[in-house]
Design a protein. Structure first.
Length: 316
């Protein structure tokens, strides 16, 4: 037993001498505890820092995405893009997230302001319709501000249309054009609206979803239409939404009367204004400017509600 005790004492003495030889209490490991590997990066951030949201509220810098071409932020060597801070973004509107802009300006800085427009939309899950009349669009780069006007829910050709507030229902959108309206008013699209494109130019083009001419013939010509083969053949050559003022001279009187009555905007309105799917979900809003509202580059676009609070904004 005594032999074994001396053996263990010798082992401890040997270990102690080795510890002293390698630095003893001054060895670096004596001052450290257990270590953990650094966490990996998370998304676009760095370790121990979560990625930042595209923009926020307060004094931190906000770089809003968007471009005049509809993509991400425009880059330019040697120049920086416009940015917004919490202060310049302005007071947030309660409509933020409910009403949104597409984050681009089509034809920004266009020579003809009728070709320059932005789009806004109301969320499908919005609980109430949104009255846009009196809201404003603002260019931070130029300082220009323009109010959204009133419009006409159902425009009628050849008459003075009553102006009313522009109200977007949930899921609806508006194309807001900087220039003047080809028909003299802002309006809501409908099933017959494409007929306006026969004599005026709209940008973007109006939808061509008028009732098919052949369907109109069978519905409104009368009981004898099937025996008017010449009229049937001629109507098949007429495109949708094409006003026809001069039917063929050799067409029957009934055929000529039918064409002149129905193949135009007002005639289409009279025939279809009570249809279930008559009204469209898009407004065309015209700001009435003679020059472009937005700069071609380095712009900050804001949508402000009736109290001047920021609903949405983007830069390019």
């Amino acid at each position: 037993m005594e032999h074994d005790a001396w053996f263990f004492i010798g082992v401890f003495v040997f270990i102690f001498l080795m510890w002293i030889a390698t630095g003893g209490p001054l060895h670096p490991i004596a001052f450290t505890g257990p270590s953990l590997a650094e966490p990996q990066e998370l998304g676009g951030g760095t370790y121990l820092q979560l990625p930042r949201a595209p923009f926020g509220i307060g004094g931190t810098n906000i770089s809003l995405p968007g471009s005049s071409s509809g993509g991400g932020a425009v880059t330019n060597s040697g120049a920086s893009l416009p940015t917004l801070t919490g202060g310049t973004f302005g007071t947030l509107s309660p409509y933020r997230g409910i009403v949104r802009m597409n984050h681009y300006v089509s034809s920004a800085g266009a020579t003809d302001p009728k070709n320059e427009y932005v789009e806004i939309s109301v969320a499908q899950d919005a609980r109430v319709p949104i009255n846009l009349s009196g809201w404003r669009l603002q260019s931070d780069a130029s300082g220009k501000t323009v109010a959204i006007p009133k419009g006409t829910e159902l425009p009628i050709g050849g008459t003075i249309n009553e102006a009313q507030d522009i109200v977007l229902v949930p899921g609806a959108r508006a194309i807001i054009v900087s220039g003047r309206s080809p028909i003299g008013a802002s309006f809501r699209e409908n099933k017959c609206i494409g007929y306006f494109g026969t004599f005026q130019t709209f940008y973007p083009p109006l939808p061509q979803n008028c009732p098919a001419p052949s369907d109109e013939l069978s519905s409104f010509y009368g009981p004898g239409y099937i025996s008017d083969a010449a009229c049937i053949e001629y109507v098949r050559t007429i495109p949708r939404c094409q006003v026809t003022l001069t039917p063929p001279a050799n067409a029957s009187g009934a055929c000529q009367n039918f064409i002149v009555k129905y193949f135009n905007y007002n005639g289409c309105i009279d025939a279809h204004k009570n249809d279930a799917a008559f009204e469209g979900d898009t407004w065309r809003i015209y700001l009435g400017r003679t020059t472009s509202l937005w700069l071609a580059r380095y712009e900050i676009v804001k949508l402000l509600d009736g109290n001047g609070k920021t609903v949405d904004a983007f830069s390019y």
